[in-house]
Design a protein around this ligand. Structure first.
Ligand SMILES: Cc1cc2nc3c(=O)[nH]c(=O)nc-3n(C[C@H](O)[C@H](O)[C@H](O)COP(=O)(O)O)c2cc1C
Length: 171
């Protein structure tokens, strides 16, 4: 794992600020505790009617968890990597996405599955802010994204044909 992160820290950053923090949860038990905290925080928010508008999907996510333990929030990924950047960096979001995209490619080349986790990102950065503190992510950091990863449960025989990309070639 530390080799994966070493690979990622060589990536460029805006203004060469290198203000990234890699928050790693590589212990499944710790991640499951975190997941419990996340769901508890979301439940409070929903019950208090304080879920921001546009985030109603979290009601269904909560119901699925409570009814049969279906984990839509973390997709049962056993590990999580969150990349955050000093708010005052020149390009905090771009730096985080470059780092995680590189991590994703390298992980996949080593047979490790990844998931860009927008729902966990929203939960940590906006809906249940106590999680940011619990994770030890400094307040002056912008959370770029959370990525779940682990040994894949499924092996795909082929990829999906997504058609041709739209290219705007200027002549
Ligand atoms: C920025 C971003 C955020 C995503 N967030 C989630 C998420 O919160 N939960 C989830 O299950 N999948 C999430 N995905 C996965 C996409 O839904 C998935 O990549 C897409 O459906 C294509 O499927 P494939 O990656 O298996 O080809 C996210 C993907 C991206 C790029």
């Amino acid at each position: 794992m530390s080799r994966l992160i070493l690979w990622v820290i060589g990536r460029p950053s805006g203004h060469n600020d290198r203000g990234l923090l890699y928050t790693l949860v590589d212990d499944k038990g710790v991640l499951y505790d975190l997941r419990d905290e996340a769901f508890a925080g979301l439940e409070k928010l929903i019950e208090a009617g304080k879920l921001p508008s546009g985030m109603e999907m979290f009601i269904d996510i909560m119901d699925a968890w409570k009814e049969n333990g279906t984990d839509i929030l973390f997709r049962k990924a056993p590990h999580l990597l969150i990349v955050s950047a000093l708010e005052e960096s020149a390009a905090p979001m771009q730096d985080c996405i470059i780092a995680l995209s590189t991590f994703e490619l390298y992980a996949r080349s080593r047979g490790i599955a990844t998931i860009w986790n927008g729902l966990a990102t929203l939960t940590i950065s906006q809906l249940v802010p106590s999680l940011q503190k619990r994770l030890g992510i400094p307040e002056d950091h912008t959370i770029g994204y959370a990525m779940g990863f682990g040994i894949p449960a499924i092996r795909y025989e082929r990829t999906i044909n997504r058609g041709a990309p739209k290219v705007n070639r200027v002549r």
